[in-house]
Every structure is written in C-alpha cells, then in structure tokens.
Design a protein. Structure first.
Length: 114
C-alpha cells in the first residue's frame, strides 16, 4: 500500500493499535524506519551535513505534521534528527503514523540526509 497517497484522519482513541503483522508489512515500504517498543512505535534517525540542514528538515517536518494533523516526537542533536511516530490515543501505531512516515520519506529535505 502506498501510504503517502492517503490523508490522516482524526483519531480520538477507542480503536486498537495496528496489529504487529501490519506494522511489519508496512515497514517494508518505508525507508529507514524501524519498529520499537514491541511494534508500538516506529523510529527513523536522519543525519545531515550540519545543524542548518537538520533544522531545514525539522521545519519541513513541522509543516507536513500540521497539514496532516498528526505530530511526531522528534529530537535534534546538531546534525542528527530522531523521529518517532505513534498515536497516543490508541497506545501504539495507527495508520496515521504510517501515512506521516511515508510522506516524510518523500520530502525533498529528507533526501538531504546522509
């Protein structure tokens, strides 16, 4: 499935997180993402030339997250950005996380990562 073609939908909870088998299948189509915490989160670490490139990526990530209404956790360490996606209201992964990950993979700023 091409998750980048989908749009996030509001998630208020009350639904179960994605089945681990679904997560494993989705990870095959995502670039550099890995499952964490018993497949309740996905994580990607990106390294850039310098702090300015890392922040350019973070700004693009923020714009994407706002447009989708789904916001990742992230940390900046000079030229490295760690991005973690999970849906707090379901206590694990939802389709929204896969959508944001797929769209993040296609950002031009992501291609600047080494």
């Amino acid at each position: 499935m091409d998750y980048a073609q989908l749009k996030c939908v509001p998630c208020e909870g009350g639904q179960p997180p994605l089945d681990p088998a679904v997560v494993d299948e989705a990870l095959r189509s995502l670039d550099g993402w890995e499952a964490q915490e018993a497949r309740t989160r996905i994580h990607r670490q990106l390294r850039f030339k310098d702090f300015v490139e890392a922040m350019r990526f973070v700004n693009a990530l923020a714009t994407l997250a706002e447009a989708e209404g789904h916001h990742p956790d992230f940390a900046v360490h000079w030229n490295t950005v760690d991005v973690t996606l999970w849906t707090h209201s379901v206590g694990g992964l939802s389709e929204n996380d896969l959508i944001v990950a797929a769209k993040l993979d296609r950002l031009p700023e992501t291609r600047a990562a080494r």
